[in-house]
Design a protein around this ligand. Structure first.
Ligand code: GLU
Length: 465
């Protein structure tokens, strides 16, 4: 049987990390089985759903190469289908009208809670034979006894007691269909074979299977994915992590890095850490997904992004870097050796935005020295700066090798430990203690610029005395 999977986001928020992981696993499972991947927009909650969130979700997925095989469908445009299904359930005697008021339901809940019971609808309208009216909802007649078991590709055999499930609402009193009904009808009408979704939906599954059975639909394959957790081991949320995919792109994480990171949330393959989409289609096995929650580790994402950035050709890297250079105000045409500068700094930080920021002092004057660095290394370094400046000014050939020779000579003559020699010069050149090897750093500037920057540092020292 052809595998058909779907990602069914509710457009009530921007595309978030957990959602992308669900979409990715659905996509990969469909592709590796030569099946189809669909997207269904579950926008029945008219108050909270917006077109902007819908576009954000669809665009975010498309940006990382997760495109559906058919145009996405929207539940808000399919109400007729759900109403017909509800009629069918009524005809087969598997549903009933219920006119319990909100007050009566609240009362029922309170009584159950004070008796230490799980609050649930007690089925009091089940046998009243009520007719449809403006204040009735349609409820499913859920079997009272026995159990409902299904096989989950991740969790194995899952069993629910029917006595734990109440008669859920299929149609509200205004006639609008509820989430569970729409979800089941759509999975059937879209030919879905496999439901892969977050573990937070696990308790919905027996309810939805009861609706399927009432409609005579075939059963589906299920896989409930472990929750994505923040570093505090709590469910990933805006409080413990950056959750929006776009925010990661804005920092300069690559699409392929996000895919790599998300694939590893709950799944692994031996020691292999670096995966691209094609590798996943080859290697991923849904049965190997773990049950325990998966921690989203931002240090790991940095490590992965470093690898993916390093794997880019120089031109591809440059192309990806360009918008970040613009965003920090760097105009590469200002420097003849801009390619050389970028090549030297390309792995300075794990994100493109970080690299772009590190490049700023190579394209414009140092605005301020990092205070801590200046206090630790610059203060009292006049003799070093003057010695090196004088020696560098005397160089006839200006390149990394000749500069390195000057630095070696300075170290011997002044008999200083390396940081005492290098850091003051580094700070003078870039404002901070971080840069490539000092000889290389200096060679990225021309000799006049080096002389000027050391002068500025000496002036700063004179003023701070
Ligand atoms: N619309 C649901 C959600 O966004 C997903 C339902 C499902 O995948 O079955 O959580």
């Amino acid at each position: 049987m052809t595998k058909v999977t779907r990602f069914a986001p509710s457009p009530t928020g921007a595309l978030h990390i957990g959602g992308v992981r669900t979409a990715l696993f659905n996509f990969v499972y469909a592709k590796q089985n030569k099946g189809k991947f669909l997207i269904r927009v579950e926008d029945t909650d008219a108050e909270r759903s917006t077109k902007e969130f819908e576009s954000n979700i669809l665009k975010g997925l498309s940006d990382i190469g997760i495109d559906p095989d058919e145009s996405p469908v929207r539940q808000s445009e399919r109400f007729n289908l759900y109403k017909l299904a509800a009629e069918k359930i009524i005809e087969t005697g598997n549903a009933y009208w219920c006119d319990c008021s909100k007050e009566a339901l609240d009362e029922m809940r309170k009584e159950q809670e004070s008796a230490g019971k799980k609050p649930m609808y007690d089925g009091r309208s089940r046998n009243l034979g009520l007719k449809r009216s403006d204040n009735t909802v349609l409820r499913l007649k859920t079997p009272k006894d026995g159990e409902l078991a299904f096989h989950d590709l991740v969790r194995g055999e899952v069993i629910f007691q029917n006595s734990e499930l109440d008669d859920l609402i299929l149609l509200r009193s205004d006639g609008s269909p509820t989430y569970h009904l729409c979800n089941v009808v759509d999975d059937f009408s879209q030919g879905v074979s496999t439901v892969i979704r977050g573990e937070d939906h696990l308790s919905n599954t027996p309810r939805q299977i009861h609706i399927q059975q009432a409609l005579g639909y075939p059963s589906l394959e299920y896989a409930h994915l472990p929750m994505v957790l923040g570093q505090d081991k709590k469910r990933l949320s805006k409080r413990n992590a950056v959750t929006s995919l776009q925010d990661y792109f804005d920092q300069g994480y690559l699409e392929s890095s996000m895919i790599n990171m998300l694939a590893r949330l709950g799944w692994s393959k031996g020691d292999k850490e670096i995966f691209y989409l094609d590798d996943l289609i080859e290697d991923f096995r849904i049965q190997e997904v773990q049950k325990a929650g998966a921690v989203f580790d931002s240090a790991k994402l940095d490590w992965i992004n470093n690898h993916h950035l390093a794997a880019l050709s120089f031109d591809a890297f440059n192309e990806r870097l360009a918008p970040f250079l613009d965003s920090v105000g760097i105009d590469v045409t200002q420097k003849k050796n801009s390619r050389e500068i970028i090549a030297a700094l390309r792995s300075s930080k794990p994100t493109l935005l970080g690299v772009a920021r590190d490049l700023i002092p190579y394209f414009s004057e140092v605005q301020a020295y990092d205070e801590k660095a200046a206090n630790k290394f610059l203060i009292g370094s006049e003799a070093v700066l003057e010695f090196v400046q004088r020696k560098l000014n005397g160089l006839e050939i200006w390149n990394e090798e000749s500069i390195d020779n000057v630095l070696k000579e300075a170290q011997t003559k002044l008999s200083l430990p390396t940081p005492k020699l290098n850091q003051p010069i580094r700070i003078a050149m870039t404002g901070s203690t971080q840069s490539p090897s000092l000889g290389l750093t200096l060679s990225l500037f021309d000799s006049v610029e080096v002389n000027n920057r050391i002068d500025s540092a000496l002036k700063y020292l004179a003023n701070s005395n």
